[in-house]
Design a protein around this ligand. Structure first.
Ligand SMILES: [Zn+2]
Length: 359
């Protein structure tokens, strides 16, 4: 797959942007749209580098969103920057296009929160989560699924753009692809879809969500978190969380049996030390509240937190297969959510270090 960007054609989604949308994220979105449009292939649904035919997700839309989010123009999407705002604009537009509802009681998807950086001289910034809602068969009642992925990344450091294609343009675009499927195929239980901000500076978007008014966290039976699901030469996707909720292992084994990737349980035992991912992304916040978690991610690769984490280093065939696997996993836990809702534990209390705070 390691072709250069110049000979890798991007994907032809069915996006149409009304002028008002261009105002979200200022002119940056215009620049990105123009930049990507220049390279759009002409005709056909063949996706360069993808031989797998997805069953559940709209692969062209997903790959295009991942490509846009990880483009240089968005400058690594650090919280509080114009690139971050533009990224939010693109995800916001997709939320609208797939017909996601705002959370009941809210007029829109955007939920801002203040971020007070740790450095005394640093100016406070405003973070923003995008939260959508898919009603289940009994809207407003019963257990609820919380599906998350962060869209921010490291920004520009020492003059280099950290594009964060795998971390986490892949997870954010997979989140939208999964939501699109369930927006069209009503789930059994209510689903909250959250594109989270400020993960890289202390899981702050997840913290803000866990404390917000208007979202009944007591109904959340399970959190599924997607972070780095687009790059695996080995074709392996890990799921962490069954060590803490062994009752979920049976469900995951069934998904793994039919999944178009090698789905492996692991990276969640204390003895894994630095390779224990239980506290290493947004799911940590919900885990500490006692909510069962399933975190989906690939094994670390050379691009992790490196300027080389670019779109053209993603393994696209695997990425599309992984997204289909995520839909299959969500379907399976949705079917058993009443039972899963009995697995909640006592809150563990805060142990994760924070760079900034949400006050
Ligand atoms: Zn990440």
């Amino acid at each position: 797959m390691g072709q250069g960007m110049s000979d890798k054609k991007p994907f032809k989604p069915h996006w149409h942007f009304a002028p008002k949308d261009m105002l979200i994220g200022g002119g940056l979105m215009i620049a990105v749209m123009f930049g990507v449009w220049l390279f759009w292939p002409k005709g056909g649904d063949d996706l360069p580098g993808v031989s797998y035919k997805p069953v559940y997700v709209e692969a062209a839309e997903m790959l295009h969103l991942a490509q846009v989010l990880s483009s240089d123009a968005l400058e690594g999407r650090a919280a509080g920057t114009a690139g971050n705002e533009a990224a939010r604009g693109f995800i916001h537009k997709r939320f609208e296009e797939i017909g996601l509802l705002p959370l009941p009681g809210f007029g829109g998807y955007t939920h801002t929160f203040p971020v007070v950086p740790r450095e005394a001289d640093a100016a406070p910034i405003t973070g923003a989560n995008l939260i959508g809602y898919i009603p289940g068969k009994t809207p407003g009642e019963g257990p609820m699924l919380l599906v998350t992925a962060h869209y921010d990344h490291l920004g520009v450091r020492d003059g280099e753009i950290y594009n964060g294609a795998d971390d986490n343009a892949s997870g954010a675009s997979a989140l939208v692809a999964v939501a699109e499927y369930f927006a069209l195929h009503r789930p059994e239980h209510d689903m909250v879809i959250a594109a989270l901000d400020a993960e890289e500076i202390g899981l702050l978007g997840a913290r803000a969500l866990s404390r917000m008014d208007g979202l009944d966290m007591a109904r959340v039976a399970l959190n599924l978190n997607f972070d780095m699901v687009g790059r695996s030469e080995a074709g392996e996707l890990y799921v962490a969380g069954t060590y803490h909720s062994p009752e979920l292992a049976g469900i995951i084994s069934e998904v793994a049996a039919d999944a178009p990737v090698t789905l492996l349980m692991g990276h969640d035992r204390p003895e894994d030390g630095p390779n224990d991912w239980t506290l290493q992304s947004d799911h940590a916040v919900f885990h500490q509240m006692g909510i069962p978690i399933l975190y989906f991610g690939v094994e670390d690769h050379p691009g992790y937190h490196n300027p080389s984490d670019d779109f053209d280093a993603l393994t696209l065939d695997f990425f599309v297969r992984a997204a289909d696997t995520l839909v299959m996993a969500v379907q399976s836990v949705d079917a058993d959510l009443q039972e899963i809702s009995t697995l909640r534990r006592e809150p563990a209390g805060e142990t994760v270090q924070m760079e900034g705070s949400t006050q």
